[in-house]
Every structure is written in structure tokens, then in C-alpha cells.
Design a binder for this molecule. Structure first.
Ligand code: ADP
Ligand code: MG
Length: 240
């Protein structure tokens, strides 16, 4: 589904990502760990095609096609979707309109909003005055409508209260078609700083992104255990 090869990304004239290699197969869910400022968000934004995240070297291959030069909308059309860490407020556009646009008019906005307990938000401007947790749920609502093949989630659990975290987990499982077992096709790349989302999700692979490079990869639960015990400082030792 996605192959990232030796990806170098520059933001505002500074190299943030320094040679990233990642491989995500159909049906696979990958977790991206890493300390603040390591470049996790930059990686997701570069994969989605935000133009201030400039690829200076390497390749992003999605479903067999090099997409380095495609604009965001073309990447979305091909099946990439993102839930941002800090999405903007969109004044003058109602959440309901976004759900309709994202689904090409196919989605039942009310039914989807009901799943996320967001019915009364459909007629509000996107993210305007939403709390942290409401923003996260609203991002997932738009993704449910879009139903992308590759789901990029940037800290989906941050700011979500305990009452809603199971709900968020359930919707992510739905996005990733976790209930389909054998026929799973959707892939996910999920950033988590705390690892809480792993309590609600079956993840296949974990990566630690550290100072613009992948420090290690492997079983996501083992990686999380290690981070909990030894902190991210251990990554520096490992790198040496
Ligand atoms: N638009 C931007 N302009 C300037 N610097 C940026 C921008 N986006 C990210 N950075 C810098 O890139 C580094 C990595 O940030 P980020 O990708 O947000 O890390 P993470 O998500 O792992 O915390 C940080 O030093 C951050 O300040
Ligand atoms: Mg981030």
C-alpha cells in the first residue's frame, strides 16, 4: 500500500526528516512513536502532500505510484486520508457540508455523526469553538465519510476524555476495518505519544521516529513497554 524510501523533508529551509524508510502493507496498522519535535507530524503532512513540507530526496510510493509531486486533493482521491494533530477552524463551512463533500454525497451525515456523538455539531462551522476532544472526533467523522484506504492519524487520543476514548478506539477500528479479519485491506499509520490508543487497537508494527530518523522498529507493544521503562533517551544510546 505505502512504501516510503529514503525520504528527506525540508520545512522552512531546515531539514526535518533525514532519510525515512517505512513499509505498510494492505490491512496493516503501524504505530509511530517518538519524542516531541522528532518529526512525526511532519512525516504525516509530507505524506499527505502539504506544500510547505518539501520532499528534497527519496520517494513516496502509494499503490505502486510515485506520488511525490501530486497535490493534496489528488492524494485524497487516490485514497489517503488524514486526521490532523491540530486542524484549523474553517469558518463558513459547516461540518455537515464537509461530511457530504468527503463522501461525494454518499454518506448519511446524521448516521455517521451519531456514531461519534456529534449530531449537534453538524450545523456548526468546522472546529469553531470545539473542545480538544470534539475536534478529534470531528476529524474522525470526516474520515469515516471519506473512508480512505490509507488512514493517517496524528495523536487521535490526545485531548479526548476517558469517557470518549473507547468510542474513538471503536471508530478507528471501523476505519481500519478491524472487524473484517481475513478481508482487511485498509492500512493505517497512527502517531501516538502516550501509547494509550494501543489499549483499543490491534497494531501490527511499530516505528520510533527520533530526530528525523527511524530509530527502531518492531512489535509495537514491546516498543511501548520499552519506552515506558526507559524513556526515549534510550533511543539515543541505541542509535550510537
Ligand atoms: N511549519 C513549520 N515551520 C517551521 N518549523 C516546523 C514546521 N513544522 C514543523 N517544524 C519543526 O519541525 C520539527 C519537527 O516537528 P513535528 O513534525 O511537529 O514533530 P513531532 O510531531 O514529532 O512532535 C520541530 O522542530 C518543529 O518545530
Ligand atoms: Mg506532532
Amino acid at each position: 500500500m505505502l512504501t516510503v524510501r529514503d525520504l528527506h523533508v525540508e520545512v522552512a529551509g531546515r531539514e526535518i526528516l533525514k532519510g525515512i524508510d517505512i513499509e505498510i502493507r494492505e490491512g496493516e496498522t503501524c504505530i509511530l512513536f517518538g519524542p516531541n519535535g522528532g518529526g512525526k507530524t511532519s512525516l504525516l503532512l509530507a505524506l499527505m502532500g502539504f506544500s510547505n513540507y518539501q520532499v528534497t530526496k527519496g520517494e513516496i510510493v502509494f499503490k505502486g505510484e510515485v506520488i511525490n509531486d501530486l497535490p493534496i486533493n489528488e492524494r485524497a482521491k487516490r485514497g489517503i486520508g488524514i486526521s490532523m494533530q491540530r486542524p484549523p477552524v474553517v469558518r463558513g463551512v459547516k461540518t455537515r457540508q464537509m461530511v457530504e463533500i468527503a463522501s461525494d454525497g454518499q454518506a448519511d451525515a446524521k448516521e455517521l455523526a451519531h456514531q461519534l456523538d456529534l449530531i449537534e455539531f453538524l450545523d456548526r462551522d468546522i472546529n469553531l469553538g470545539f473542545s480538544g476532544g470534539e475536534i478529534k472526533r470531528s476529524e474522525l467523522l470526516q474520515l469515516l465519510a471519506q473512508s480512505p484506504d490509507l488512514v493517517l492519524l496524528d495523536e487521535p487520543e490526545s485531548g479526548v476524555d476517558l469517557e470518549n476514548i473507547a468510542l474513538v478506539g471503536k471508530v478507528i477500528n471501523k476505519l481500519l476495518e478491524k472487524y473484517l479479519h481475513r478481508k482487511r485491506k485498509k492500512a493505517g499509520l497512527i502517531i501516538t505519544h502516550t501509547g494509550h490508543i494501543l489499549d483499543y487497537l490491534e497494531a501490527d508494527k511499530g516505528y520510533v521516529l527520533f530526530d528525523g530518523q527511524i530509530g527502531c522498529q518492531g512489535n509495537p507493544r514491546e516498543i511501548l513497554e520499552d519506552i515506558r521503562r526507559r524513556g526515549y533517551e534510550a533511543c539515543t544510546i541505541c542509535r550510537r
